[in-house]
Design a protein around this ligand. Sequence first.
Ligand code: SF4
Length: 225
Amino acid sequence: MSKLKFTNLQKKIINCRKCPRLINFRKKIVKNKRKQYQNEKYWGKPITGFGDIKGKILFVGLAPAAHGGTRTGRVFTGDKSSDFLYKCLYNANISNKNKSDHLNDGLKLNNAFITAALKCVPPEDKPEKKELNNCFKFFRQEIDILKNLKVIVALGKVAFDTCVEFYKTNYDYRSKVKFGHNEKYNLPNNILLVGCYHPSPRNVNTGRINEEKMTNLFKNILKNI
Ligand code: SF4
């Protein structure tokens, strides 16, 4: 039943046209491909979540990347952030591969699902409030499908704040929270929210995050669920 619901939800997301500004922005990205991807056909549609719908962990980013997910058709795929993330997920035994290249690369997640709170890439990574509210209905449906969900890992401060905003809007959540790496907060329905630095090249290059630190955070989460 959940599998059917998930497939139907995927279809609805892919066909969604609710945010004109984001649709226009995506069209521009598809038209102005990065030089190294000139010969590729960009996905150019909203991005759905993927992974184990029976999983207990949900990884959340803000939105697909312009030349990552928007190109490949899968969130956290085909860019440097995803390269780093998947090395750590693989080290923690959460993924079967240490790289996430394209939709058909055979990647599988163990006990985990990964998504973006906003399914379309926004200009300058800054969605408008009404766009977030439009897309929260999909985020909520994903969360509802994940019946075993215990932990949400927010990848980066913006994703963390967006998750909190989602819970404030959808569940009357009122707690005061502040993003920090490995900072944990209780959400409604016995779900734990864990902050995690974004796996971006900037965070890696400045040493804010490294493979060991992120892997350990993931291993600890897996051990305690
Ligand atoms: S951001 Fe979400 S609601 Fe807006 S067009 Fe994309 S899928 Fe639809």
